[in-house]
Design a protein around this ligand. Structure first.
Ligand SMILES: [Zn+2]
Length: 297
């Protein structure tokens, strides 16, 4: 793993000068939310504040810190962030490029957290099986494209469906899934769920009224019992759907941009061809909730 330690997490180039360590979850945020001592579990317990990855000081300060301050600004007002992301949900961009929307900033941040967690684990774990899992994420084509997108100035992300939910329960939570690749980050009353590099496929199914119903359900479940892991059930629903969509995200890397081909189709009857099988969805949902140790009454 020697090369990983001397390569930059962001741009993948060798670090020749004195390397800096990028905090994946910034201390400023941990302090403000009083979650400094929280631990997360991959195969071993890790404190949020200890998760760091090697980076060029330029990548770290110009990109890492600049994004971080924008994220912190957005998190200052959770209610307004919730409304902003909801209003931005209405569009489904075919092209994507440099973008200052709240959705793009949060997407880049979650994507950095997702890859940063696996990168850190890959460098630091002794568990061979877990190392293999982390390696499959870090060595994957998507991460390569994410870094290309970063180098082109389009943010540390590929087109990925972002969802936001609101609860009264204000606990912190962080969940990452390898397959389908996704991350849930719950900060106070807001839960963000990002389907990593899905080319907006999930969003093309789960939007509008259907999404409204899922949001209502999460809210009602949270009102019924504030201890209910309603945010995780939302993740289960989204991950189950993502795993049952009979279509594969596809990206084309050109000189200065990544083109999302995931939503284009060559078939004559896309509705029929890309229909999600209800039985498969129900099975996938049950399996994911079992993995989360959640039983629905
Ligand atoms: Zn770099």
């Amino acid at each position: 793993m020697a090369d990983l330690r001397t390569a930059c997490f962001f741009c993948n180039n060798a670090i020749k000068e004195k390397k800096t360590l990028e905090h994946i979850i910034p201390n400023s945020l941990l302090g403000r939310l009083r979650i400094k001592e929280e631990t997360i579990t991959g195969r071993k317990e890790t404190q949020y504040s200890r998760i760091k990855v090697p980076a060029h000081s330029s990548c770290n300060s110009e990109f890492g810190s600049a994004y971080e301050s924008r994220v912190l600004n957005l998190l200052e007002d959770l209610d307004s962030l919730y409304e902003t992301i909801k209003s931005e949900e209405l569009g489904l961009p075919m092209m994507y490029g440099p973008d200052e929307s709240a959705t793009a900033i949060i997407t880049t941040w979650l994507s950095k957290n997702y890859y940063g967690l696996f990168y850190y684990d890959l460098i630091s774990t002794q568990d061979e099986e877990w190392q293999e899992v982390c390696s499959s994420v870090v060595a994957g084509r998507n991460f390569e494209y994410v870094r290309a997108s970063y180098k082109n100035g389009h943010g540390f992300q590929l087109p990925s469906s972002l969802y936001v939910f609101k609860t009264k329960n204000a606990n912190t939570d962080l969940v990452t899934l390898v397959d389908p690749s996704s991350i849930l980050l719950k900060i106070g009353s807001l839960t963000f769920i990002l389907c990593i590099c899905d080319g907006y496929l999930t969003k093309s199914y789960l939007n509008g009224e259907v999404l409204g119903r899922l949001r209502d359900w999460v809210r009602q479940e949270d009102e019924r019992d504030i201890r209910s892991p309603s945010h995780k059930i939302a993740l289960g629903e989204i991950a189950a759907l993502r795993s049952c969509i009979p279509k594969t995200p596809r990206f084309i890397l050109s000189d200065d941009q990544v083109i999302n081909m995931s939503l284009s189709t060559m078939v004559a009857n896309p509705d029929e061809c890309y229909r999600v099988d209800e039985q498969a969805l129900s099975n996938a949902r049950a399996q994911i909730l079992r993995e989360f140790n959640i039983e629905l009454g």
